[in-house]
Design a protein around this ligand. Structure first.
Ligand code: CO
Length: 134
């Protein structure tokens, strides 16, 4: 059911420093910061030949990244995103398998303008999983 790895998201305590590290130390192609107010994050997209890295930094008062950074002050991997062809079909299949979908279970429009859902990390070996319809 899942397809390509769309991105790995990393929460960072200092967005400029992390972007500079990917650009200068790792030699990656790093984009400009983009505010995503609906998701409570500022994102920097890093294009790799086979996938993307998204650096996440809190935006606003109720950012889902704030608590993560309190627990992981130096930052850390926040989620992985897999592509699916039909997000509603994927959701219904996962729910039938006993997996928990976060929020109200309805897809939201994600950072790439496409429908996304998140799955409970406790159901996926401690990893928050995002599904994105492509
Ligand atoms: Co994501």
């Amino acid at each position: 059911m899942i397809g390509r790895l769309n991105h790995v998201a990393i929460a960072v305590p200092d967005l400029d420093a992390a972007a500079a590290q990917y650009r200068d130390t790792l030699g990656a192609q790093v984009g400009a910061p983009q505010d995503e107010p609906d998701h409570g994050v500022t994102v920097v997209f890093i294009e790799l030949p086979n996938t993307k890295i998204e650096l996440l930094y809190p935006l606003g008062d109720n950012s889902p990244i704030s608590a993560f950074l309190e627990k992981n002050p130096s930052g850390g991997m926040h989620h992985v995103c897999y592509e699916v062809e039909d997000i509603l079909e994927a959701r219904d299949h996962l729910k039938a398998q006993g997996a928990r979908v976060l929020g109200d279970g309805e897809p939201k429009i994600g950072a790439h303008g496409k429908p996304v859902l998140f799955l409970h990390p406790k159901d996926f070996t401690g990893t928050l999983v995002e599904l994105e319809q492509v």
